[in-house]
Every structure is written in structure tokens, then in C-alpha cells.
Design a binder for this molecule. Sequence first.
Ligand code: PEP
Length: 248
Amino acid sequence: LQKPKPIVIANWKLNGGIDLICTSVASFIGKHFDAQIAICPPYIYMRDMLTFLQHSEISIGSQNVSKFESGAYTGETSAQMLKQAGCKLCLIGHSERRAMFGESNLSCQIKVQTALNHGLLPVLCIGENLEERDANITKAVIFRQLSEGLHNINLEGKELCIAYEPVWAIGTGLSATPAMAQEIHQFIRRELAVLLGKETAGRIRLLYGGSVNKTNARELLAQADIDGLLVGGASLDPGHFLAICQLA
Ligand code: PEP
């Protein structure tokens, strides 16, 4: 079976500024990539990046999206606004949003549907924390995140990505081994086939995230069920992120 086109996404989190935008743009403009590449900067920088990168192969994504369409929801940004601004994808349910901002599987489900409704590519982030891994409930946690997060989602003619990010691997320098990541990705693919059908599951790209760097990227991407990478810390160094993108 042929693998889908890989996707590499940078998550800048609450980092970056004009300097990082300038050095990133200088590194990426005019380059060709075999993979789809996206950068998710803080909202305030999206427009600048979209302007600078409009003739490049790089897409811009958001780190979050509102579950609401419009109205009295202070501090929120809607899927429609993101789409109209030129944004291509949005992260949903990143572990930091789950842990620190009360994001639940139910709110993720609403956000996935909202993103799809407005033509954004949702990247649903899932993964177990260290306690859950130690208690041997990793697969149960992931199954729940998938079944609740994708409940009643109709993907006919639409695209979706799932990012598996073990929480213990995020920002710790402790990446899952390629074999560990592949085991969970294969599990995710099988569960997606049960939830959404085999054909749909086959075309959903599964990304690995958690301390990805230019040294471990190639072997992770070589795994049968790893179709892309979500990169946090290493994406804040444009040269380093470029090297990862060129490996994909
Ligand atoms: C992330 O936060 O999505 C992430 C993968 O971070 P890091 O690469 O720094 O572990």
C-alpha cells in the first residue's frame, strides 16, 4: 500500500516574534519539499507569515480554534475567520490545551466538526501521560480520545489528521522510540478503521509528535503507520526545522 504524502507541522506554541518570522521566512522561501509543510505561529503573527509566505510551499495553521461560530466569546477565534485569513489547518486538543485549559474530548469533537465545516484540516492531537503509560492504560486512553473526539464525524470527501503525542515525550527530549510510536500508530489505524471504515482510516495521516529532532525524524518517518511529524521545540530553530522538513 502506498503511503500518503507526508506532512510536517511546526507548533511554535507561545514563542517566537518578528525575528523568528524573518529567519523562518528566509529559510523556507523558494524551497521545494516532497512533504506538505505547515507552521502554526501564535495568532498575532499569522497574517504576517501568510503575507511573507504566500508564494512559498509553506501553509499556515493555528494552534487552536473556537468551538463557537461567533458571538460573545471573548478571546476566541473562529474557524471561519481562520479560513478567511488563509489558514489551512488547525491543531485541536493539544495536550497543553487539555491539561491547562480544560479541553475535553467533547470540545475536541465540536472543534473537529467546526473545522471541517469551514474547510480547515483538523489535526486532532491525542496521547497518554506518564501515569497512564505506567498503569498500562495507554491504548484505552487513546481509544477514548479517538471514539469521543470523532463521535459522529462524517469524513466523506474531507481530510483529517491525527497527531499521536505521548505527553511524557513533549518538550522533554525523551522521544518515543520508532518501534513504540509505530505500535501505537498501528493501533490508532486499526481503531480508526473500526470507527470510520477501512478506506477512510487508510487515508487519514497519522503524525508523531514528542521531542522530534533532525536526528530521530528519519527513522520515525520510516515506520509503516507514521505519515508525518508534529514538531515543537526543534521548530523554533529554522535551520533545524528545515532539516527535518527536507528529510520527510
Ligand atoms: C508539541 O508540543 O506538539 C511538541 C511535539 O513539542 P516538542 O517537539 O517540543 O516535544
